[in-house]
Design a protein around this ligand. Structure first.
Ligand code: WT7
Length: 662
């Protein structure tokens, strides 16, 4: 079979081909017989799980060490509020750390840390356990108790993992806020979950420069009187402001603390963390994950999808810990499985564009997991860059965050996987906690662009407006039709929003917010969001949230935001704004000023690629902005049906004010 060389098609066209045949990519890529022979999971797993999914998860939860056995796999008596492994007790940090040390694997490497500037640290399970015990003791000294929320705003360094696991160890749910979020966004999240402690660093390295984090925490805390302590890791050595009595250096506290700490077991449904994600309204949603089911889901999927061999694999999720991908597949999944991971602080092009491939070569990475936006960027930079390094250690490569276009899939498979490695295109969400739809690498014949089907233990479907399954060959909405262990339990502090957002569109079904189609074989192709949520470089952004940010600027009267297709980032933010009359034309730097304002309100990643100042916005007679038409403009397309517009001349007006348009 196709064990080596460049992509070996099993049907249809030959070679990597022209752009046209990539758009109509028909090839399938079954795993090599060698891969299949050694794979963790075989095709029988689907039937076994389908026969009784609760019995399946009952067995899979046995991957973890439980202090007390559960009495009931699933309590679904009050849907959509699930309880998994009812009555079971466990400690997440103990499962990720101590038990591996107790089993004699303390010297195994947990992380190869690679700083952006080339500084490195190798951290074993025994060392990581000690560090986490120290941090747990410090948090306890600071008065943190089980159930208290702790905010974490950190760069990609080992202490971030330590901070998360220390929280888990004492039962204090963490909320990690991605370091690219602004002080305002951090403050909103601290308020929403009422965190009393913040863990941060002076800064982190970004494109060769120290980028401040503590300064943003200081700014956020001007309006967070309830935060009593800030624990600060020294990473860059940059100057920081200091508030005595509140701010504490990590090296003066954690690193001086005892390495002994007893990990108390918590209920399976004890909150593990809250992760904020954008929804269709301006207010981010705090997605709540709990302990037993989440850890079971991460451990199983990490083992099954990546065919993990914990003894020999070197796993690398090239994502930030500040997103769910990092939580599940840098921290909880790999550690629960006792795996060795790479943790890389920086950007792919610092100090040079071969940085990732150099890291893979250096640590002999076997499993790589990253986002299509990165793959497309590497395509643009050219194959000559990865070709300079040995990628021979890679045996499986994965993709996550947005649909991977067939051209990028083929390039990834050929240029990075050398036509040898299975590619797993994994669909999931912050809410699902773990991967849901993905090929099984030893089983599935991959189709470029398709996420294929639900993993064993999960059940998904594509339904029409009435919630009825669509036939093969048709499109509709992606739903999960039965509960799964790592599912979100609620939106923090807002059960009603949990029910209305996910479980009301189609009663009894979990509505993911994505459009999808079933192909003629019944395989699933995820098409993208069907709501006002954009996906920019694999980051979820809300159109409404950016619109609110724009109108909070004093010169803006109205704003409409759309996600326009972008070759590199998947989608890009394009904003249309109407200025207040007293602002005139806003002056020469109006666009710059507004982009900066969005960065301040939300974060740099939310800055619009383009801002058009317009005189009118297209509205229906009932006053609803027709974003569909604005999208046509932003994507430079023929403008669609305008008959429902209150004033049909508006579109001509907007179009004529666009750069390069007549
Ligand atoms: C949204 C979830 C899951 C971790 C990263 C993003 C899109 C995710 C895929 C994929 C097509 C995908 C969906 C989903 N998405 N993976 N393999 N193919 N689309 O997590 O920020 O919660 O975003 O990302 O639209 O709903 P997130």
């Amino acid at each position: 079979m196709n064990g080596g060389g460049k992509t070996t098609p099993t049907n249809a066209s030959s070679g990597t081909g022209t752009l046209a045949n990539l758009l109509h990519e028909q090839r399938r890529f079954p795993p090599s017989s060698d891969f299949t022979a050694q794979a963790n999971v075989t095709a029988e797993a689907y039937a076994q799980a389908d026969a009784d999914y609760q019995a399946f998860w009952d067995r899979e939860a046995g991957r973890l060490a439980w202090a007390q056995q559960w009495t009931n796999v699933l309590d679904w008596s009050n849907p959509p509020f699930a309880k998994w492994f009812v009555g079971g007790k466990l400690n997440a940090a103990y499962n990720c750390l101590d038990r591996h040390v107790e089993a004699g694997r303390g010297d195994k490497v947990a992380y190869y840390f690679e700083g952006e500037g080339g500084d490195t640290r190798t951290i074993t399970y025994a060392q990581l356990t000690d560090m986490v015990c120290q941090a747990a003791n410090t948090l306890a000294d600071l008065g943190v108790k089980a159930g208290d929320r702790v905010a974490i705003y950190m760069p990609m360094i080992p202490e971030t993992v330590v901070a998360m696991l220390a929280c888990a160890r004492i039962g204090a749910p963490h909320t990690v806020v991605f370091g690219g979020f602004s002080a305002d966004a951090l403050r909103t999240r601290i308020h929403d979950c009422d965190a009393r402690i913040v863990i941060t660093a002076d800064g982190g390295y970004r494109r060769g420069q120290p980028a401040g984090l503590k300064s943003a925490v200081d700014e956020a805390l001007l309006d967070c009187p309830d935060v009593r302590s800030v624990l600060v890791v020294r990473r860059t050595g940059q100057d920081v402001a200091w508030e005595d009595g509140r701010d504490i250096w990590w090296h003066d506290s954690v690193e001086q603390a005892s390495t002994h700490h007893h990990a108390e077991p918590f209920d399976a449904e004890h909150p593990l963390y809250v992760m904020y994600t954008s929804g269709t309204t301006g207010k981010p949603k705090g997605i709540l994950h709990t302990t037993g089911g989440y850890l079971t889901g991460c451990a199983y999927t990490h083992w099954a999808v990546f065919d993990l061999k914990a003894e020999t694999d070197v796993f690398w999720t090239a994502a930030d810990i500040g997103w769910v991908t990092g939580h599940s597949y840098i921290v909880y999944g790999p550690l629960a499985n006792g795996a060795t991971s790479v943790l890389y602080e920086g950007t792919p092009d610092t100090p040079h564009q071969g940085r990732w491939w150099e890291i893979i070569d250096k640590y002999k990475v076997t499993l790589l997991y990253c986002a299509p936006t990165a793959i497309r960027t590497f395509m643009k930079w050219g194959a000559q860059i990865p070709d300079k390094y040995s990628l021979a250690s890679l045996r499986l490569i994965g993709s996550v965050g947005e649909p991977i276009n067939p051209a990028a899939y083929i390039w990834y498979r050929d240029t990075i996987g050398h036509g040898r490695t299975p590619v797993v295109d994994t669909w999931w969400q912050t809410e699902t906690g773990s991967i849901v739809v993905s090929p099984l690498p030893g089983v599935t014949a991959g189709k470029p662009g398709a996420a294929m089907k639900a993993l064993p233990g999960f059940r998904v479907d594509v339904v029409d407006d009435e919630g009825q399954p669509v036939p093969n060959g048709s499109g509709g909405y992606l739903v999960l039709t039965q509960p799964w262990p790592a599912m979100l339990r609620t939106i923090w502090g807002d059960d009603d929003r949990y029910v209305s957002t996910y479980w009301s569109r189609f009663p009894g079904l979990y509505f993911a917010g994505d459009g999808a189609k079933k192909d003629d074989d019944g395989d699933i192709w995820v098409l993208g969001r069907v709501d006002d949520v954009m996906n920019v470089s694999g980051h979820r952004l809300s159109t409404t949230e950016i619109e609110s940010a724009l109108v909070s600027h004093p010169i803006v009267a109205e704003a409409a935001v759309v996600g326009a297709t972008d070759d590199m980032t998947g989608q890009a933010v394009v904003a249309f704004v109407i200025l207040r009359s007293e602002a005139g034309d806003g002056g020469p730097d109006v666009v710059q000023q507004l982009r900066q304002h969005v960065a301040k309100e939300i974060g740099k990643m939310a800055r619009p690629r383009q801002i058009m100042v317009v005189a009118e916005l297209p509205k229906t007679r009932s006053g609803k902005i027709m974003r569909r038409l604005l999208k046509d403009v932003a994507e430079n397309r023929e403008i669609g049906d305008v008959t429902t517009l209150a004033d049909s001349t508006v579109m001509e007006l907007i179009r004529s004010s666009m750069p390069g348009m007549e």
